[in-house]
Design a protein around this ligand. Structure first.
Ligand code: PRX
Length: 640
């Protein structure tokens, strides 16, 4: 397979080449793609200075990413399966779409969007469950140059409206409802609630999935099946510039509302394809399955774009790992003879807890590569995954990356890079990580631990945060001059291997989902009885990190005291969604604040970790006594 590394010496050589001459390295990869017009300049960049960051890859090039998925290979791949869709209910029949069939559906839906007046550059919000139409809708947007903004269908009406409004989406694509395990979620009703506050939205396209009753607003709402009826599937792709926007994806940070991370066409395309085929060592004919939801970046890059650009067969799963039983993942692996399997450490930990027999009763001999993403994987989970799921035979690729990087940055290449439990190992070719001290000094050599930054651009990096370029600079490029700040701490061991330690900012990684503490606090503070709150991460056996909320309330009656925790949880679900629901809520008399009014989160984190033996200097606190009271009422056992 073209551009795929096949041995460790080749990796080392390519890596060196990519550092010595990054532009030629990436141009050599890009030349295999289908361009309407070749680029004029490979790279122009600046992480600092006026209007930074300024990053342009393959400027002057003209292309369309869907032509690289479809037209480029239609001759060989027309009858090959592109997407296998496995429904929530195993009794429902799966759907297999060949590249030819998917192409026709994408073109037809692209024409349907045009019929509604959607043009190049318009933003389209997609709020769909994991059904083939989600992939079809996103590719149709890419086909006509519209910018997709996919919102995970677990976010609340308020969170959806915030995202729609931030980028003034013209249209929302949704379904009547969504199945998840035994539950059915009324997506259209949630969209209806959002749209009361979204003046930019002209239409909602509704795919019929559950058949439940929904309300329909004449003139605004339109059924997917009515819209596409009689629409042709002849469609010429919009010719895009390399740096035209492909999509926006909202993600949480330390402060403020989620930001729209913006990715552009050529760089994203090259990076997602290259990283997919190299990390997973995909071979033609392999069956690949990533269990993520397309609402997150993992699904964008490694269910849809990366695999389809490579010509892979990619499985899309609508359901959950534990329904109808805890063997569902392994039943699917067996059913489709999956070769590469990619999931999150949280799912692995949850399944360990269910017992090995759920795994061992299925035939998993087809597996060749196992992957993890989204959070650090602890050694116990790594070993179980390796031994029980992989039968000791499959390399594990622990892939470190972010919404902002759009693709895998540090990871083993399966079967090529020797692995070590809990280590993401080595950077991919073209990626130049650097560890710095809090003062910004480079930590050279091996056996060091510091803040993980990237010092050179890569094609798939974010270009801006939608509508607020200054915020992009401030968030990622202002901490250390000339470096991209990842927000993660990492260690480089004696072998030069990277181990990701976790976030160094106020972002919590709950079950691999990124949640800003400020966002959760804002939501909690909406409860009329809450005066103030502080949210921190605490260790959680299954989720990796859980959410621990300390809240100061108005005086509560006895019945209010009883119901306050549930009410706060509902408030968070209403404002964000259940993924941000606090695991622990402790009503406290006060918060540990410095005299200047800053909350000392370090103390709250320590208490959440159950360790008050080493709280450090608390004498600078406005009211040191409050710490004792918080420890006394803590929701976890605290060692003093
Ligand atoms: O903290 C790191 C963690 O997930 C963050 C990125 O989250 P998000 O943008 O939602 O993207 C998740 C899917 C790529 C990172 O800053 N993270 C991601 N992968 C790993 C990880 N932490 C440890 N090990 C990983 N392999």
């Amino acid at each position: 397979m073209i551009n795929r590394i096949t041995s460790l010496p080749e990796y080392l050589e390519k890596y060196q080449e990519s550092i010595t001459n990054p532009e030629d390295f990436w141009a050599d990869i890009a030349k295999e793609n289908f361009w309407r017009k070749k680029w004029d300049k490979i790279l122009e960049w600046r992480f600092d200075g006026p209007d930074a960051p300024q990053v342009k890859w393959f400027e002057g090039g003209k292309l369309n990413i869907t032509e690289n998925i479809f037209e480029r290979n239609m001759f060989q791949r027309k009858n090959q399966v592109a997407i296998i869709w496995e429904p929530n209910d195993p009794k429902e029949k799966e759907v297999r779409l060949t590249y030819g069939e998917l192409f026709d559906k994408v073109k037809q839906f692209a024409n349907s969007l045009k019929k509604l007046g959607i043009e190049k550059g318009d933003r389209v919000a997609i709020y769909l469950p994991m059904i083939p139409e989600l992939a079809i809708a996103m590719l149709a947007c890419a086909r006509i140059g519209a910018v997709h903004s996919i919102v995970f269908a677990g976010f609340s009406a308020i969170a959806l409206a915030d995202r729609i409004n931030d980028s003034s989406c013209k249209i929302v694509i949704t379904s009547d409802g969504a199945y998840r395990g035994t539950k059915s979620i009324p997506l259209k009703a949630i969209v209806d609630e959002s749209l009361e506050n979204c003046p930019s939205v002209k239409n909602a396209i509704v795919f019929k999935r559950t058949g439940e009753d929904i309300s329909f607003i004449e003139g605004r709402d339109i059924w997917w099946h009515d819209l596409i009826e009689g629409v042709s599937s002849f469609n010429d792709a919009e010719v895009m510039d390399s740096e035209d926007t492909l999509f926006i994806l909202y993600t949480s940070g330390s402060t403020g509302k989620p930001k729209g991370v913006l990715h552009t066409t050529a760089g994203y395309m090259i990076f997602s394809e290259y990283t997919f085929k190299n990390v997973f060592q995909y071979n033609n004919g392999d069956i690949y399955w990533c269990t993520a939801d397309i609402g997150w970046v993992t699904g964008h890059s490694y269910i849809v774009y990366g695999p389809l650009l490579t010509g892979a067969t990619s499985i899309m799963f609508e359901g959950v790992p534990t329904w109808p039983d805890a063997g569902r993942f392994w039943e699917i692996v067996d059913k489709y003879k999956v070769n590469q399997f990619y999931t999150a450490p949280t799912a692995i930990r949850a399944l360990i807890a269910q017992g090995n027999e759920w795994v061992t009763k299925h035939n998993l001999s087809s597996l060749t590569v196992l992957g993890t993403v989204g959070e650090p994987i602890n050694e116990e989970a790594w070993t179980w995954y390796h031994d029980i799921v992989g039968g000791g035979r499959c390399p594990i690729v622990d892939t470190w990356w972010q919404t902002e990087t759009s693709g895998i940055m540090i990871s083993p290449l399966a079967g090529i890079t020797p692995t070590k439990p809990s280590f993401a190992t080595l950077p991919l070719p073209g990626i130049q990580p650097i560890l710095v001290s809090p003062e910004g000094e480079e930590l050279k050599g091996n056996g060091v631990e510091g803040i993980l930054c990237i010092k050179y651009p890569w094609p798939g990096m974010l270009r801006t945060t939608y509508g607020d370029h200054k915020r992009c600079f401030e968030t990622y490029f202002s901490a250390f001059k000339g470096l991209y700040l990842t927000g993660d701490g990492a260690k480089r061991d004696e072998d030069g291997y990277y181990r990701i330690i976790g976030r160094i900012d106020d972002v919590i990684n709950v079950s691999g989902h990124r949640i800003g503490t400020a966002e959760v606090e804002d939501a909690i503070n909406q409860h009329p009885k809450v005066n103030e709150s502080a949210v921190v991460a605490y260790p959680h056996e299954i989720k990796g990190s859980g959410i621990y909320a300390y809240v100061i309330c108005d005086k509560l009656s006895e019945s209010e005291t009883e119901s306050i925790e549930d009410e706060i949880r509902s408030t968070v679900v209403k404002h964000i969604g259940s993924i941000a629901k606090p695991d622990q809520i402790q009503v406290v008399p006060g918060l540990p604040k410095t005299r200047s009014g800053k909350i000392m989160r370090r103390i709250l984190r320590k208490i959440g970790e159950g360790d008050a033996t080493n709280l450090g200097d608390t004498s600078t606190l406005l009211d040191p006594g409050v710490v004792e009271e918080i420890i006394a009422g803590a929701k976890v056992d605290v060692k003093r």
